[in-house]
Design a protein around this ligand. Sequence first.
Ligand code: UDP
Ligand code: MG
Length: 318
Amino acid sequence: MSKGVLLSLVVPSHNEELNVPILYSEICKVLEEINVTYEIIFVDDGSTDNTIETVKKIQKKDSGVRLISFSKNFGKEMATTAGLHFATGEIIMMIDADGQHPPQLIPKFIDEWRKGNKIVIGLRDSNKGEGFIKRYGSRIFYRIFNRLSGFKLEPGSTDFRLIDKSVQKEFNKLTEHNRITRGLIDWLGFSKSYIHFNARERQSGQASYSTKKLLKLAFNSFYSLSFAPLYFFGYVGALITALSLLVGIFVLVEQYMLSDPLNLNMTGSASLGILIVFLIGIVLASEGIMSVYISKIYSEVNGKPLYVVDPSNSNIDA
Ligand code: UDP
Ligand code: MG
């Protein structure tokens, strides 16, 4: 089944033993109706429950089901990355294991692809059971991110998305460790189309993303896709230097050259204050310049593999 398949489904799975069989049967039902050749790649991200055994059981009945098993938990981004590395289909779709991404929409995604779109992105309209912080936090995140990063992330865009093989090929060339899969796909460019969907509630189990983890994800998006935070203090420094220089020149002229016509009576310590602020500005600005170099190093340095596959539990040609 691995050669000549049209659709590869990548399912990152962390402790999803109860959800995997439900998702699998939903997917089968949908794919039967549209009659496409497929492979379903479950990426077990170091689950501590019986996710591996559950997938293996399904594999016995369906040779289109593949399993990549990580040696430990590497996080969803690495799990989706691994799935994309090994997918062999003409089109690849990522879908969450917990049922929050409705498989019933898969035919719609494929239709959009057939119209010539290389990337089809699921936009989440609402997520029942999602807290206030998560909902408004993500809105604020998108607004700030789009302003600072120089490229546009569509609000509500999710990992529930389809990419063409040509996009996968480019994605697989990316080597950064600090990665947000959907952000990298957005960064690649290509023609995009969007499909709105209502996120259903998780079938069972707990979302592995706590508010703390989500905040980390948001910050990670900034670090990995934009150097804005690194440059920020450089800009602040340059601004402080420029302003204090102007104030310094004003004081010099007003106080010492024209003998204080405005009667400001500047004390020595005030002048000293201006000098100190000026110097702090220079320090910050030079840190900004250093940051430019650090960002270049950051872009280049790569050591560790992105993830480690446990071959004894996987059936892909790793
Ligand atoms: N997931 C994963 N590794 C992790 C955390 C989550 O592979 O460390 C998977 C999880 O099994 C699910 C998907 O990523 O299929 C989304 O995770 P979750 O439902 O916890 O997060 P949500 O995005 O719904 O808040
Ligand atoms: Mg979920």
